[in-house]
Design a protein. Structure first.
Ligand SMILES: Cc1cc2nc3c(=O)[nH]c(=O)nc-3n(C[C@H](O)[C@H](O)[C@H](O)COP(=O)(O)OP(=O)(O)OC[C@H]3O[C@@H](n4cnc5c(N)ncnc54)[C@H](O)[C@@H]3O)c2cc1C
Length: 425
C-alpha cells in the first residue's frame, strides 16, 4: 500500500523547488519545508529578511502533506494547563494567540488566493457520558473566554442533522473549525513565500550544524551554508540536527489514514450531511471527513510504539465500519501513515538557544493550524517582536520518562488510556 498520501497523488502538478546550484547567501536558514518552516519563511520574507528553507524531501514530505486535514482552533491541550503556568496577562496573550490559529489560515487563504478546499464545521464527538461531561467542561471554559462557535448536541435526534451514525451520545458542533486539503494550502503558502523572496530548496537534507555566532549547515554532499540564525522546523521528522533538549521532550506517534474512492452524493449526504469533520474524544482517536472529491478520509490507529502491527487498511476499515457500517466494504483508494509529534502536556514546545537557534515542535495532533501560527510566531521573534514567543517558550515541558526508551514507556502509559476509553470510564 502506497505510503504517499492522497494529497500527493491527487496534486501531482504541484510546483518543484529545486536544490540550488549555488550556495545560497542567507541570514536565516530554516530546516524543514512543512507548515511551520514555510510559514516562518513567509513571515520573514515579507519583513524583508533573506531567508532560505532547506527541505530534505519535497515541500510537505512530513506531517504537513500527510495529515487528516482537520483545522482545529486553539491549543492542543486543556487551556488550564497553559493558564496555570502564566500570569493573567500572559494567559490572555496565550489564549488570544491560540484563537488566531484558524483565523490565520483563513486570512492567508484569502490574502494569497489559495484554493485548498476549505470547509467549516466540526464535531467533537462523545462516545459516552464521561466524554460528554468533558466536552461540557471545555464548552464552559472556552465560552467564559469569549468563544462563541459551539453548539451542544445531545442524543440521536440532535446528532442526526450532522452525522448518520449511532456511535455517539453527543457532540460539540464547532463552526470555528473545519477542514482543508493541507498540501494545497502548504503550497499556496510556499508560493507566497517564494514570491516575497524566500528561497526554498527541496531535496536538500541538512546533516549537521556547526554552532557559533555564525552557524554552518552541512548538507548531505558536504556543501556548507552559513547563517547567523537557524530555525529548526522538522517536528516529528527532524533528522540529524535535533538539539538534546528537543529530543527528550518530543515523542513521535504513528497515525494512519485511509481514503476511500469517491462516494456517491447520496451516500455522502447520509454520512455527513453538513460536511463537518469529526473527531471523537478517545485518547487514540478516530478523525475523519469527506473531502472535495467525496472521499471519506478516515484517520486513526495511533501507534505509540511506532511499530505497525497487522494490516493497517483492514484495521482502519474496521474502525470506519464501527462508525458507519455501510462503509464496511468501501474500496480504499489510498492508505498512508505519518508521524505526529507529541509533548507530555500536549502544548507545543517553543525554545531558543543562546546562539540564535530557534525551534518549535509537538503540536500534538493539532498542527494543521498551530504549526503555521507557530512559524509566524518564530518569524516575529526573529524580526524583534518577542511577546508571543516569550510567553509560549516560558511554559515548562517535562521530558518523557524512560530516556532513550521513552517510546515503549509512552506506549505502556497510553495502553491505560486506551483501556479506559474501551471501558467507557
Ligand atoms: C497521519 C497524520 C494525521 C494528522 N492529522 C492532523 C489533523 O487532521 N489536524 C491537525 O491539526 N494536525 C494533524 N496532524 C499533525 C500535523 O500534520 C503536524 O503537526 C504538522 O504538519 C507539523 O508541521 P511541521 O511543519 O512542524 O512539520 P512537518 O510537516 O513534519 O515538516 C517537517 C519537515 O522537515 C523536514 N526535515 C527534517 N529534518 C530535516 C533535515 N535535517 N534537513 C532538511 N529537512 C528536514 C522533513 O522532511 C519534513 O518535510 C497529523 C499528522 C499526521 C502524521
Amino acid at each position: 500500500m502506497a505510503e504517499t498520501s492522497i494529497y500527493e497523488t491527487s496534486y501531482a502538478q504541484r510546483r518543484r523547488y529545486p536544490r540550488p546550484d549555488q550556495v545560497p547567501q542567507t541570514d536565516i536558514a530554516i530546516i524543514g519545508g512543512g507548515l511551520t518552516g514555510i510559514s516562518a519563511a513567509l513571515t520573514l520574507a515579507e519583513a524583508g529578511r533573506r531567508v532560505t528553507v532547506l527541505e530534505a524531501g519535497r515541500v510537505g514530505a512530513g506531517g504537513s502533506g500527510r495529515n487528516g486535514g482537520h483545522l482545529c482552533q486553539g491549543w492542543s491541550s486543556d487551556f488550564a494547563k497553559i493558564s496555570r503556568q502564566l500570569s493573567a496577562e500572559d494567559a490572555d496573550i496565550a489564549w488570544q494567540t491560540g484563537m488566531e490559529a484558524v483565523d490565520l489560515v483563513t486570512s492567508r487563504i484569502q490574502a494569497y488566493d489559495i484554493d485548498c478546499e476549505v470547509r467549516f464545521g466540526y464535531l467533537h464527538a462523545a462516545l459516552h457520558s464521561r466524554q460528554m461531561r468533558d466536552l461540557d467542561d471545555e464548552q464552559a471554559e472556552w465560552e467564559a473566554r469569549g468563544y462563541t462557535h459551539f453548539i451542544r448536541l445531545e442524543g440521536q435526534d440532535a446528532m442526526s442533522d450532522h452525522i448518520g451514525s449511532t456511535a455517539y451520545v453527543g457532540a460539540l458542533h464547532d463552526t470555528g473549525c473545519g477542514h482543508i486539503q493541507p498540501l494545497k494550502y502548504l503550497h499556496g503558502l510556499a508560493a507566497a513565500a517564494s514570491a516575497a523572496g524566500a528561497v526554498i530548496c527541496e531535496d536538500t537534507p541538512v546533516r549537521s550544524i556547526r554552532r557559533g555566532r555564525t552557524k554552518t549547515l552541512v548538507l548531505d554532499d558536504g556543501t556548507e551554508i552559513s547563517a547567523p540564525t537557524v530555525l529548526l522546523c522538522g517536528n516529528a521528522y527532524l533528522a540529524d540536527v535535533g538539539l538534546p533538549e528537543m529530543k527528550a521532550k518530543l515523542a513521535p506517534v504513528t497515525s494512519s489514514v485511509l481514503a476511500t474512492r469517491p462516494l456517491s452524493e447520496n451516500l455522502v449526504k447520509q454520512l455527513l450531511p453538513t460536511g463537518a469533520a469529526v473527531a471523537d474524544c478517545n485518547a487514540a482517536l478516530n478523525y475523519y471527513r469527506i473531502d472535495a472529491d467525496n472521499r471519506m478520509v478516515f484517520g486513526g490507529r495511533a501507534s505509540y510504539s511506532n511499530v505497525q502491527f497487522g494490516d493497517i487498511e483492514a484495521d482502519l476499515r474496521r474502525r470506519m465500519a464501527v462508525v458507519f457500517p455501510i462503509l464496511a466494504e468501501a474500496e480504499a483508494e489510498q492508505v498512508w501513515s505519518g508521524r505526529i509529534g507529541i509533548t507530555v502536556n500536549r502544548i507545543p514546545h517553543y525554545g531558543r538557544t543562546d546562539d540564535d537557534i530557534y525551534f518549535v515542535q509537538g503540536f500534538s495532533g493539532h498542527g494543521v493550524a498551530l504549526s503555521g501560527l507557530s512559524g509566524k510566531i518564530m518569524g516575529e521573534e526573529v524580526i524583534g517582536d518577542s511577546t508571543r514567543f516569550d510567553v509560549m517558550s516560558s511554559l515548562l515541558h517535562m521530558p518523557f520518562p524512560g530516556g532513550p526508551l521513552r517510546t515503549p514507556a509512552l506506549a505502556l502509559g497510553m495502553a491505560w488510556f486506551k483501556l479506559r476509553d474501551r471501558l467507557k470510564l
